[in-house]
Design a protein around this ligand. Sequence first.
Ligand SMILES: C[S@@+](CC[C@H](N)C(=O)[O-])C[C@H]1O[C@@H](n2cnc3c(N)ncnc32)[C@H](O)[C@@H]1O
Length: 339
Amino acid sequence: MHLFFPKNKDWKNYLLAEMSRDHAFSIGDAHPNLSVVMVDEMINFKNCSVGFSLDFMPNTVTIEDGSISKQSKEIVDQIPMDDTLWVQVFSITEKQGIISHGRSELLYSRLGKDLRKRGVKRGRFNDSNSSVLKVCLFPDRSVRYSLISPQEREKYFSLLSFFPGGFTTIKEDKKAPSRAYRKLVESSLVLQKEITKGNRFLDLGACPGGWSYIALKEGAHVTSVDRSPLREDLMASSLLDFYEGDAFNTPFEGSFDWVVSDIICEPQRILELINTWVETKRCRHFVFTLKFKGDSQYSILSTFKEKIKEVPYSCILRQLNANKNEVMIMGTLKDQESL
Ligand SMILES: C[S@@+](CC[C@H](N)C(=O)[O-])C[C@H]1O[C@@H](n2cnc3c(N)ncnc32)[C@H](O)[C@@H]1O
């Protein structure tokens, strides 16, 4: 089975609807009280995006209830001895959703010891040569695990999360002008790309300035566009240029390291931003929010899924923890030399 993890139980029905719309099949809900969706592994999700899934475990193997040491041994026996492996273990529970403590912590620590004994090297999530082992414990104490090779992880780029079950919380920053900053911070973590000192950062629809605030904090040179100015202290920053006007019609030439948009607009207008900044390779990284009114517009996700296959970027289309009725679309230029 493939496992998909919606943000929570409320979003599960939208994930099921997305599956039947974009993958032309409908599935029953084997675990109505858990925020997980199981899909037959005959369905191929390589090079696919699923908007309402925060994480993915392909081709899972099930291990029935047993001692931690027995479950660990069963997993480790399947790992090639010369493998380099990034390991993630979490539990899915009815009450708390995704957690990484308790039994999953014990299994993580046991796996570490057993993998060391077997001579398996530990890798990092963003190391493209490393395999990924994702392990999920179920309430009946059975375990599902996925072993994802470097070649497969490239194909599943838009689906796999660095966070267990896609779940994370972003540290509270009371000085930020709005809570929207959490979306940019989470996007940067999901992309595994940092905003760094001197980066040229274009923030479209920037007011009151949460995203610009984050980029300024990192020492980026920020160009912010909105019809209204940002918070006063941000406007006074020597690293910020403010352009008052329409974010879909800007006078800027050349390219930026980051082009981001949190503009409140109809989702299809984000296609214009993709045409202007992404198809023309005018940024290294982009992060755009798709904002929905109600639940009648989600079918447009299919258009974006096709669109991101055509651009020279490694793209992720996915709802984040920090999103409300939104889905993020983001990417990194594949061939950085060509910028
Ligand atoms: C959700 S807010 C952005 C919040 C911001 N990311 C933050 O962290 O504080 C959306 C902004 O988009 C701006 N906006 C909407 N349409 C726009 C357009 N065509 N051009 C420029 N700004 C626009 C609105 O004025 C509003 O300030």
